[in-house]
Ligand binder design. Sequence first.
Ligand SMILES: *Cc1c(COP(=O)(O)O)cnc(C)c1O
Length: 374
Amino acid sequence: MAVDYQSLAVKGVQALSPYQPGKPIEELARELGLKPAEIIKLASNENPLGPSEKALAAAREALSEMCLYPDGNGFDLKQALSERFGVGMDQITLGNGSNDVLEVIARCFADRDSEVVFSQYAFAVYPLVTQAIGAKGVSVPAKDWGHDLDAMADAVTERTRLVFVANPNNPTGTVHTADAIEGFLAKIPEDVLVVLDEAYCEYLTGTEYPDGLELLERFPNLIVCRTFSKAWGLAALRVGYSISSPAIADILNRVRQPFNVDTVALAAATAVLGDEDYLNRSREVNTEGLKQLADGFDRMGLPYIPSAGNFIAVEVGKQALAIYHALLEHGVIVRPIAGYGMPEHLRVSVGLAKENERFLDALAEALSAAGEGG
Ligand SMILES: *Cc1c(COP(=O)(O)O)cnc(C)c1O
């Protein structure tokens, strides 16, 4: 009798549908017979500036060590993070992207008997890692596309081990103030861990927003996750980290793979922390680009969700998928987010001014073509 090998996979894994990444430029180039340089990708919240020169130089130099295993403790990077943020090196857990850290957290602190709370429309990785370990995901209905923090606190039961909060959230770009986050944390029992995912925190400009690191002392059940993939421009190298109490970091560091961040990534991330100019330019380009996109949507009469991230979700209606495909024909890659339960929105990442303009022009054309087509 033939064995159904898929049926041997643990339950949560059998039901998993994989994370859907943005369409790669090379793939669209192959499909359309275009040159990669003719295509713009505004689909994965990548930094449109290209990499920092300092990061590039450090990465090139580190290549000569590729036959050696990396520093499994990531000493230099942890030291640089420790100095920048005034936290102990023993509070830091490095990951192969912060996705890696999110997964390690779930594996360390939840199991088949646990519940894990997150928001509707929150980052797809939370339900994914929850399901993979066979825990029960509790998706709390959103409020105005953002996290309903009161309802999330109410959703915590005796079985809850973990709560994921993305601030700002992806794909909606919604953000909570420091007061709201603190009020929420005060309601969560001390033996329930709260993961505050701050992948986009570098883009926040107002003083009303929280810096998760300042909350760690008062809330020892907090784990703050951050990444080098967005404002720091190192998405391909896969470096993220969490900062938590030393006790939690000790657990996470037992479970993560010993060499989960490679030598080139460690070198580039350490170097980019010293490139304040790059970070400032990332912020500037983003602030201007968000405004450019919002103005464009206003002109077209398209509703959008005001965003604190480096992307914006625009409501284009029932034809969203057709419009996505029409944009591809124009060589513009954005992200459909039907998988998030938002079938009438597209998420577009902020590009350089001329990329945003090209996207807006293509969108206007796609919309009028869709209108004519009925
Ligand atoms: C992009 C993103 C991450 C980080 O991804 P990595 O590249 O794995 O560091 C984490 N959380 C959210 C909400 C994101 O949007």
